[in-house]
Design a protein around this ligand. Structure first.
Ligand code: AMP
Length: 417
């Protein structure tokens, strides 16, 4: 199937050529004809599948005809990074179409946004909170919206945005096309979909599809040894860009500093950064001047860097949905990627969830030549795990003897645990 066969216009095909997209991805193949036919769509696909172009291309095609100077397409996204990237995608894919797009999100001054909105945009890509601000101030008019896209709906739910979305819905015309994209379909999203989609077509990308280009490995490790293991992995592995996930903002910052001290080009992306610093970290990661980015889940939403070869879960994600989202950052658009997850005995329940998600027992790995305790993962019930408390065993003992410093590396082959 080619983009032309999907029914896209020459000016869009020209932009696609400029982007180097040769063939549509599976979600594009399935969704584009439906969106062009003005159907409501429920798209079950995660980031990395090409879902942005799956809705942006047919919606841009709609903008080649009809009125100008009023908001006709509204995309709602959970984070400013995703909003900014989607706004950029509209700009790139629609470079031969006469339209204007505005990104609307909080954390930056509202006045320039008001000025931009006043000039008239046909597309708005917005985060819910700031959009509600504009609605309350009367600085945006959504009465002419023909198509609404809710992107990463499950993440918006996780972030508590569903009430805001319901409020925004009241400012939109009832007669419109609605597209809802989500990596997963928890009950609350299903309920929202039933409320807002009319006779939708479901477009689903097989859950296993991205996993085919991504290999998954678990690294059992005691908690205090994670940094040593990470440094060793980074120095031994051939990588392009690497995204490391931590659970807390503080740890992301500290770990990025430690990685930089070890001689790697690294930055952190976490909620405590100002908008300028976040942008600098993202731009540096995208351009390759930072090879390693240490991020928290929320800060990393929507990172669109095609060269990410490795996602390393320094801390276990807190749900299998979060795992899906994190690993969706690598192996994008049919490139191969690797997902390494550090697991401590406390993570036993999540290990079982990942095995279930992948439909097999995920490979357990140990770094050869690095002497450390490899805890048995999957042998401990979650209840036992929570009773166990902080790590025990050889390495913990060594750490205690060392006054809790990282134990010295002993370069000696060690059998796998
Ligand atoms: P998304 O799932 O929308 O975040 O897109 C993932 C990545 O795939 C982005 O870097 C896109 O630029 C890229 N992409 C989207 N569609 C295609 C395509 N048909 N061919 C090649 N790359 C694509």
């Amino acid at each position: 199937m080619t983009f032309k066969e999907l029914g896209l216009l020459p000016q869009i095909l020209k932009a696609l050529e400029g982007c180097g997209y040769k063939f549509p991805t599976p979600i594009q193949e399935k969704a584009i004809p439906q969106v062009l036919a003005c159907k409501d769509v429920m798209g079950l696909a995660q980031t990395g599948t090409g879902k942005t172009a799956a809705f942006a291309l047919p919606l841009l095609q709609r903008l080649t005809k009809g009125p100008r100077g009023r908001v006709r397409v509204l995309v709602i996204a959970p984070t400013r990074e995703l909003a900014e990237q989607t706004h950029d995608a509209f700009g790139t894919l629609g470079r031969h179409i006469d339209f204007r797009s505005a990104a609307v999100y909080g954390g930056v001054g509202i006045v320039p946004q008001i000025q931009k909105l006043r000039k008239g945009s046909e597309v708005i890509v917005a985060c819910p909170g700031r959009l509600l601000d504009h609605i309350a101030r009367g600085t945006v008019d959504l009465r002419g919206v023909e198509a609404l896209v809710l992107d990463e709906a499950d993440r918006m739910f996780d972030m508590g945005f569903l009430p805001d979305i319901r409020k925004i819905m009241k400012s939109l015309p009832a007669q419109r096309q609605t597209l809802l994209f989500s990596a997963t379909m928890p009950a609350d999203i299903m309920k929202l979909a039933q409320e807002i989609l009319k006779d939708p077509v479901t477009v689903q990308i097989d859950h296993q599809a991205p996993a085919e280009t991504i290999s998954h490995a678990l690294y059992p490790v005691e908690h205090h040894f994670k940094t040593t293991l990470l440094m060793e992995l980074l120095s031994r592995t051939k990588t392009e860009s690497v995204l490391v996930f931590t659970r807390t903002k503080h740890r992301a910052k500290k770990l990025a500093e430690q990685i930089a001290m070890a001689g790697h080009k690294a930055a952190s992306l976490q909620g405590n950064l100002s908008q300028n610093k976040r942008q600098a970290a993202l731009d540096g990661f995208r351009s390759g001047s930072f090879k390693i980015l240490v991020a928290t889940d929320i800060a990393a939403r929507g990172i669109d860097v095609s060269r990410i070869s490795h996602v390393i879960n320094y801390d276990m994600p807190d749900s299998s949905d979060a795992y899906t989202h994190r690993i969706g950052r690598t192996g994008r658009a049919c490139r191969t990627g690797k997902a390494y997850t550090f697991v401590t005995p406390e993570d036993a329940a999540m290990v079982a969830a990942i095995d279930r998600l992948l439909g097999r027992k995920t490979e357990r790995c140990a770094l050869q030549g690095l002497e450390y305790t490899v805890p048995e993962i999957g042998m401990v019930s979650p209840a036992q795990a929570s009773r166990r408390g902080p790590s025990r065993g050889y390495a913990a003992g060594a750490a205690r003897r060392n006054g809790n410093r990282q134990p010295q590396l002993r370069r000696r082959a060690m059998p796998r645990g």
